[in-house]
Design a protein around this ligand. Structure first.
Ligand code: FES
Length: 498
């Protein structure tokens, strides 16, 4: 039977037996525990033909609330026509914050929440209070690296009986990072009662103990794509509140994970009109195209060069990393993060260094290097490094071009190209175009977004309405296979040149 439900004076029709929570979720409604009956946050005023008040509601609501008709939406079921009202997030709660785009504050937690991105190489975390203030940020290397530098070798290790050890190592790594961040903010980590964890599909499988076997061979069918809430205790996150609920944003495919979904959310791509692209440059490079509401996505194995891994003097972008290289009087000059002696070179520095080497003609267009180039003490780039950089930049460039050609969008029609990844905000756009990391036609339309996956996870933590919008957008994405795609193969061969 269809029931007439009036919600904040708007009428909708829904089936009998549906919970108020399910009826309201499409309107951006949500509770901190995602409808699991734990948080008591899904309060609405409701009257009419509804299921009887439960004991759990009596426990979580005050007498005054019960008397004034307040119900918990996830425990109340529609039995006929009814009337619901609740406070929708208003303009006063709209926030803009650092590298987060404007959002409606409607946090999924009560006291403190954690946004976490589990990358193949690093884990990054931000802690927020319920007013949406960033109170701490931390990152560390992914401890799973001891089971292999890349996703494939870790999945192979999991299949050889190491799955439990791999899950334990990442859970331990996340717990330790949470404790460190909480210490930095001066709070008890057990007061963290909500979290969002983004990561590529394999990382989320390895964390949750899901069998990775289907991800390791054709047709690469991911049995589970997440887009769900899980009790923290189910995945061994005992550093935080035992009642905490973890939200995993949806993955798009076996190769395109929840980190890309979060990055799309961070860029606001599904809301934007026009034609936009996003490329998240990491060990795997994911590319998404929004052609006026039609979404396409692909993934290429770029290798970790731009994350500073697999490069003889490579490192991630922390203190001591060369993050900029330039020429002065024909000589290489470097800028180092943290005013320290150079300890290595990170992604943005690598892009600059290669561009300078092309200017000095130390490097030719085939990628041939006459001799190793020393940029500063401790920082030398070798022929082997250049080959790794060629593979990485060729994969990114060819992926962008292939996605555009497949969808029929002309390169000049693209309004914005968002570049996410380990570059921070220091990627030099001219140099990125000069070395062929991105097509030169797009260089004036680039927006560099830093760790967009972490920013997206933060938004999905702080603004519940974004979760349903994001999940709906993901369902529209068509994935484009590149591995045996002749168009990609020929573009890749060409894009390897400088
Ligand atoms: S108690 Fe209903 S959403 Fe948490």
């Amino acid at each position: 039977m269809k029931c007439k439900v009036t919600v904040n004076k708007n009428t909708l029709f829904t089936e009998e037996g549906v919970s108020l929570y399910s009826a309201l979720v499409p309107r951006g409604f949500g509770g901190a525990c995602g409808g699991h009956g734990k948080c008591g946050k899904c309060k609405v005023k409701a009257s009419g033909a509804l299921s009887a008040l439960t004991q759990k509601e009596r426990d979580l609501l005050t007498n005054d609330e019960i008397e004034s008709g307040v119900r918990l939406a996830c425990m109340t079921y529609i039995e006929g026509d009814c009337d619901i009202s609740y406070e929708e997030a208003g303009a006063s709660q709209i926030r803009t914050d650092g590298d987060l785009r404007e959002y409606v504050l409607s946090p999924s937690f009560v006291k403190y929440g954690a946004a976490i991105d589990i990358g193949t190489t690093t884990i990054a975390l931000r802690l927020y209070d319920s007013a949406g203030n960033l109170i701490s940020g931390q990152s560390c290397l992914n401890p799973q690296r001891s089971f292999g530098a890349d996703v494939i070798s870790r999945m192979e290790a999991a299949l050889k009986g190491e799955a439990a050890a791999i899950a334990a190592s990442i859970r331990n790594g996340v717990n330790e990072l949470i404790k460190k961040a909480a210490r930095g903010a001066g709070i008890d980590p057990h007061d963290i009662d909500g979290a969002v964890i983004a990561g590529n599909t394999a990382m989320l499988y390895l964390l949750t103990g899901e069998d990775v076997e289907p991800l390791t061979h054709a047709p690469f069918a991911a049995k589970r794509l997440f887009g769900c809430n899980v009790p923290a205790s189910d995945i061994g996150l005992d550093a935080i509140s035992e009642n905490a609920v973890i939200y995993f944003p949806p993955c798009i495919s076996a190769f395109i994970g929840a980190d890309t979904t979060a990055a799309i959310c961070s860029a606001g791509m599904y809301e934007a009109g026009g034609i936009t692209m996003l490329t998240d440059i990491g060990t795997n490079n994911e590319i998404v195209l929004n052609d006026k509401g039609s979404f396409y996505a692909c993934s290429t194995a770029a290798g970790p060069a731009f994350e500073g891994a697999g490069i003889s003097c490579g490192m991630s972008g922390g203190d001591g990393a060369v993050d900029k290289v330039y020429l002065k009087d024909g000589k290489y000059r470097v800028r180092v993060i943290g005013d320290k002696a150079p300890a290595g070179i990170c992604g943005s520095g690598i892009v600059d260094a290669v561009a300078c080497m092309l200017d000095t003609e130390d490097l030719d267009e085939t990628g041939y290097l006459e001799e190793d180039i020393t940029l500063d003490e401790n920082v030398t780039l070798t022929q082997k490094d250049i080959r790794a950089i060629q593979l990485a930049k060729g994969a990114v460039h060819a992926g962008i071009v292939t996605l555009l050609k497949t969808s029929g969008v002309k390169i000049e029609e693209v309004d914005t190209l968002y570049i996410a990844g380990g570059f921070g905000s220091y990627l030099d756009k001219e140099n990125a175009a000069k070395i062929g990391l991105i097509p030169a036609e797009l260089k004036d339309r680039i927006t560099v977004t830093g760790n967009a996956a972490l920013s997206g996870a933060s938004l999905l933590l702080l603004s519940l309405p974004l979760r349903s919008e994001c999940e709906a957008a993901v369902k529209k994405i068509k994935t484009v296979q590149l591995a045996s795609n002749p168009l990609f193969v020929s573009e890749y061969a060409e894009a390897m040149l400088f």
